[in-house]
Ligand binder design. Sequence first.
Ligand SMILES: *[C@@H]1O[C@H](CO)[C@@H](O)[C@H](O)[C@H]1NC(C)=O
Ligand SMILES: *[C@@H]1O[C@H](CO)[C@@H](O)[C@H](O)[C@H]1NC(C)=O
Ligand SMILES: *[C@@H]1O[C@H](CO)[C@@H](O)[C@H](O)[C@H]1NC(C)=O
Ligand SMILES: *[C@@H]1O[C@H](CO)[C@@H](O)[C@H](O)[C@H]1NC(C)=O
Length: 352
Amino acid sequence: MKAILMCLVASLYFQGNNGTTYLPDNVSVPAIIALGDSLLDSGNNNYIKTLTKANFPPYGKDFVGGKPTGRFTNGKTLGDFLAKGLGVKEYLPAYLDPHIKDTDLLTGVSFASGGTGYDPLTSTLATVIPISVQLEMFKQYISKIKKKVGEEAANNTINNSVFFFSSSSNDFLTNYYVFPFRRLEYDVQRYGNKLVKIAADYIREIHKLGARRIVVFSAPPFGCIPIERTLAGGLNRQCVDKYNKAAQMFNNMLKQEIQILASSLPETKVVLADLYNPLMSIIENPRQYGLEVIDKGCCGTGKIENSYLCNKLSKMCRNESKYLFWDSLHPTEKGCDIFISLILPDLVKNLF
Ligand SMILES: *[C@@H]1O[C@H](CO)[C@@H](O)[C@H](O)[C@H]1NC(C)=O
Ligand SMILES: *[C@@H]1O[C@H](CO)[C@@H](O)[C@H](O)[C@H]1NC(C)=O
Ligand SMILES: *[C@@H]1O[C@H](CO)[C@@H](O)[C@H](O)[C@H]1NC(C)=O
Ligand SMILES: *[C@@H]1O[C@H](CO)[C@@H](O)[C@H](O)[C@H]1NC(C)=O
């Protein structure tokens, strides 16, 4: 009886909150800024030449008006849930969207680009926006908001905003495991270390540009991503242990680096957001979170299809709210919601 009750409480608690605000009353966040890869891309790739896109059906099926926006999921991304969860706004727009308004800029945008990584080779291979260029776009953004509200107000906005970095999966997957480019040069430890050093440089750079609250997502258990199960998980499509070990090794190094940064950058919070353990917990106990399918995406067979291979000809699953993954690489809106409800309370404690 007790066990059943505990389960019931857990499932009521963990089914996601569809975007509750988690901020304490005495704090307000003027804007959020997202950099990195597809987990935070709100449609920047629509405006560049690349094959890494999501601006056609069935992407966006559950977004406002059932509209594909370039978000790599059926509805809201992690970035949208973060904007809502920090009390800023419902949706985080893409910086490159030509229809973007000044009010959108002042409350934050996403510079992220699906397919990118910390390693410049990753974005080159995928022909997407490198993080170095995302930082250049952020500089341009600063001058735009300075023109709009004046330097002091712009400084205050930047100074009190929350910055999110999401990267590293594409580095390991595109560049190291699936194609061996970096594997020929580095063992996995040294490659992980190289990525951590690049991440640290980007954090120092954004700090120089005024950021004082910086959140860095760890690597997820990318060995459990449906397409990796298909490519390297054997006949039973198991999680790829070697990949998950690489993710954990990278995360340990990233954690240490972030502790060093957090203690060396004055008046600045640099916080690691753990993507690994919460996602692993969902994958190991999906029913506890109200989910049923965690080893394939909703789109097509769920085992291979993403970007252009997931399209209006793909046969869709019956109910994507029971799936952790939307396509073979990216979480569903439901998955994002559950994940944010798991991490945001602690994140808020560590940031403010
Ligand atoms: C908000 O309130 C909490 C608890 O009362 C306090 O610890 C914290 O320092 C306050 N934060 C700010 C920014 O005033
Ligand atoms: C705004 O921030 C920049 C860089 O941090 C600084 O040089 C400048 O003096 C600040 N301006 C105002 C008006 O506070
Ligand atoms: C920036 O924000 C932090 C935290 O809110 C505050 O301690 C600091 O004084 C601010 N600095 C400037 C230059 O506004
Ligand atoms: C889909 O699943 C969700 C979550 O379990 C449930 O609330 C919803 O009613 C289902 N929708 C349909 C059409 O079955």
